[in-house]
Ligand binder design. Structure first.
Ligand code: G3P
Ligand code: CA
Length: 239
């Protein structure tokens, strides 16, 4: 089961920054997960929210701001003074941190407008298709990715912790051409079994920091788990 660093090693460094991604590699993560959206001038940048208010020292709306304007915002100090140099990163800058054979999970946080830009950038990058996984809550985004660039794995994300109807999930996965499902389902082996029976992969929900949960998901056949503390998780799983 691959260990994926959620927004980088965000348990110890400010989320979605180069510091958190570098730390994730130092902690021997198999992959990093980051959140991406488009700026006003069409650059793909790494940030979770649609504005910089929660993590920044200044509130700018990403889609209404240019990269140059966004680069002024300090997105590290909210965690600790030592991170005050952290700035919003472009996808290219994040890709440049990825060691050979390691992977990136690119979560698309905006709509399908990003897809042609993303595909073109990925194809020009030095990453092989095997190193890239696209994820999104928006089923239309996954469908657009698979239609334009079937060579990249794309998994549908869902928040299935509570109430869900497996009979409604499976047709969506097939319709959009997803390669797998990623959900934070903690309890339903039935859901995992149903996804695997379709020949698709299953990925555990994000921010699993609990070793027993992680082990259960591994036993059920999950291909990856996403955690804020990759080093701790790897140590726990190898016990
Ligand atoms: O890995 C999926 C997870 O990152 C989705 O939730 O809110 O952390 O982007 P969020
Ligand atoms: Ca995410």
């Amino acid at each position: 089961m691959l260990i994926v660093a959620h927004r980088g090693a965000s348990g110890a460094a400010p989320e979605n920054t180069l510091a958190s991604f570098e730390l994730a590699w130092e902690q021997n993560s198999d992959a990093i997960e980051g959140d991406f959206r488009l700026t006003k001038d069409g650059v793909i940048v790494c940030i979770h929210d649609d504005n910089t208010g929660r993590v920044g020292d200044k509130k700018l709306v990403v889609v209404e701001s240019t990269l140059q304007e966004l680069k002024v915002v300090d997105i590290g100090s909210y965690r600790a003074k030592k991170f005050s140099a952290e700035r919003i990163s472009t996808l290219d800058e994040v890709i440049a941190t990825i060691p050979v054979c390691k992977k990136i999970l690119i979560e698309i946080k905006c709509g399908t407008e990003i897809v042609p830009v993303l595909v073109s950038q990925l194809r020009q990058s030095n990453l092989s298709p095997e190193q890239v996984v696209i994820i999104a809550f928006d089923a239309d985004v996954i469908k657009a990715c698979k239609a334009l660039a079937p060579e990249y794995q794309a998994n549908w994300l869902n928040d299935f912790e509570t109430d869900f109807d497996i009979e409604k999930i499976l047709p969506v996965l097939l319709d959009i051409g997803a390669d797998g499902l990623s959900s934070n389902n903690e309890n339903s082996k039935e859901l995992v079994d149903a996804v695997l029976a379709l020949g698709l992969s299953y990925h555990t929900g994000w921010t699993i920091d609990d070793a027993a949960w992680a082990q259960r998901m591994s036993d059920w056949g999950a291909s990856s788990l996403t955690t804020n503390n990759p080093e701790k998780m790897r140590n726990n799983l190898s016990k």
